[in-house]
Ligand binder design. Structure first.
Ligand code: 48F
Length: 275
């Protein structure tokens, strides 16, 4: 038998139907979530893995067609990333090979780091929804963020006037990196919204200082408005903390911390609804 000899018997319209059926089903399945994560960079992917492994129904909405955010490209397009001693387990546990380059500084292949972290999140049960931009949030009773509003990234790029659709979520995680896009949407659309920052709003990130940025990012990963948690570089943008460049331990650990906070919130709301 020649390899590929039995590959025929295919109908184009059946391929069309298979794509439609499968994606409609998958999209319908993410319209009611425990946690909606915005942004598939290192912090969002890590938060998704931990939440899914705790049994939460979680999806990541990413406007690009690819995952990885700023991790994929490493530093100045050299596709390698640095991880400090304290965080090396975060990549080690998903099977990423680390090299000790200098005492305390491990390096990883950024493509391997993104691919294996994403695969681990998907295997744990997280859904990755690529090509979808979050352009708004849903706000419900008691001024609570209760979901995200999505549209195709291509619609945004083309500047088309097309209405988006809503996805409900008990918790929303802003993992949009330097943009802190979801925090900024809440600030813009809910004029009385107050964040626990020095200005009560998004302060904006400070110039590069890896030592301080990495130290502060996990400590400041928190719920900044009812139902809205910030993680990753969005934390530093919201709280006015320095950026760090291509070191990623803080991003991964912040993602894990965001997942912990979201889990605690989910457990509390489950308790309340059982009372
Ligand atoms: O920027 P990004 O990688 O965020 P992160 O997880 O990690 C930051 C590091 O990559 C790096 C760094 C290391 O020291 O500073 O920058 O905090 O990933 C953010 C993702 O969010 C997507 C964006 O395309 C990127 O993949 N994103 C941003 N805004 C939206 C969005 C939006 N409105 N809707 C959907 N996705």
């Amino acid at each position: 038998m020649i390899w590929g000899a039995n590959m025929g018997g295919i109908e184009d319209t059946k391929i069309t139907a298979a794509i439609l059926k499968r994606f409609m089903h998958d999209f319908a399945d993410v319209t009611n979530l425990d946690v909606a994560i915005v942004g598939a960079g290192p912090s969002g992917i890590t938060a998704a893995r931990f939440l899914a492994s705790e049994g939460a129904k979680v999806a990541v909405f990413e406007r690009d067609l690819h995952v990885g955010g700023g991790m994929w490209g490493g530093g100045i397009l050299f596709p390698r990333v640095v991880i400090q001693e304290a965080a090396k387990g975060m990549l080690g546990e998903v099977g990423v090979k680390l090299e000790l380059t200098e005492a305390g500084y491990y390096t990883a292949d950024s493509v391997e780091a993104v691919s294996k972290s994403t695969a681990a999140a998907i295997d744990a049960g997280a859904r990755m929804m690529v090509g979808l931009t979050v352009e708004d949030v849903m706000i419900r009773e008691e001024d609570r963020v209760a979901g995200v509003v999505v549209n195709w990234g291509a619609v945004e790029l083309a500047g088309l006037h097309v209405d988006p659709v809503g996805i409900s979520a008990k918790v929303v995680i802003d993992a949009t990196g330097h943009d802190a896009a979801i925090a900024r949407i809440v600030q813009r659309k809910v004029p009385y919204a107050k964040f626990p920052t020095s200005t009560g709003g998004v302060v904006g990130e400070r110039p590069m200082w890896a030592e301080v940025g990495e130290r502060e990012i996990v400590r400041n990963t928190r719920e900044i408005y009812p139902g809205l948690i910030v993680t990753g570089m969005a934390v530093n943008a919201v709280f006015g903390l320095p950026r760090m460049g291509p070191i990623f331990g803080g991003m991964l650990t912040s993602g894990r911390r965001a997942a912990e906070i979201a889990c605690q919130k989910l457990k509390k709301s489950l308790k309340k609804s059982n009372q």
